[in-house]
Write a protein that binds this ligand. Structure first.
Ligand code: PNS
Length: 159
């Protein structure tokens, strides 16, 4: 099976993202988890911090690597000779937002297919933004993020 890129902001990595990584690692020979470096978007974690947290979370998967990219995903996938983009779907709203991106990415790179993977039932309610709100107010992060991410969130908000 082809090489796949799983792109995102990952600010920070959640158990929902990890669920998609696990599925993608089974389906594809190689999976690159690619963090978007977007200077226009205010993020809690730097790109390096996000990559480090992802590396710690995916170390069990020998066919998964972590990288970052700037600019267009269509160009980055070409550079990586990856023909598949993986995106997770939690809801109809996700689907509606993702479909135009999938079409546009294929317009920009005719080789590129987007494969949507449904979030597992136990993690379909998790998002990085909700996790950050919970962490900010000192709520329980159990089951929402990997342990390293929970510790990093506590350091950010409560140190
Ligand atoms: O985790 P996110 O924020 O939902 O990920 C969105 C992401 C990074 C996949 C998307 O914004 C993206 O691919 N950005 C790169 C710029 C780009 O290629 N834009 C055109 C998409 S049609």
């Amino acid at each position: 099976m082809p090489r796949a890129v799983y792109p995102g902001s990952f600010d920070p990595m959640t158990n929902g993202h990890l669920d998609i990584v696990a599925a993608a690692a089974e389906l594809f020979d190689n999976v690159i988890v690619a963090v978007l470096n977007n200077p226009d978007k205010k993020s809690l974690f730097s790109v390096e911090e996000r990559m480090e947290l992802i590396r710690a979370s995916v170390k069990a998967y020998t066919n998964v690597s972590v990288d970052s990219f700037s600019g267009l995903l269509a160009d980055y996938t070409r550079l990586q000779t990856a023909d598949v983009v993986v995106r997770g779907l939690r809801s109809v709203q996700d689907f509606e937002a993702e479909i135009p991106m999938a079409h546009m990415n294929r317009r920009l790179n005719a080789q590129l297919r987007t494969v949507f993977l449904p979030a597992s039932l136990g993690v379909a309610d998790i998002s990085s933004s909700l996790v950050k709100q919970i962490a900010m107010h000192g709520g329980a992060l159990t089951g929402l993020v990997p342990d390293d991410v929970a510790r990093a969130l506590k350091r950010k908000y409560h140190n």
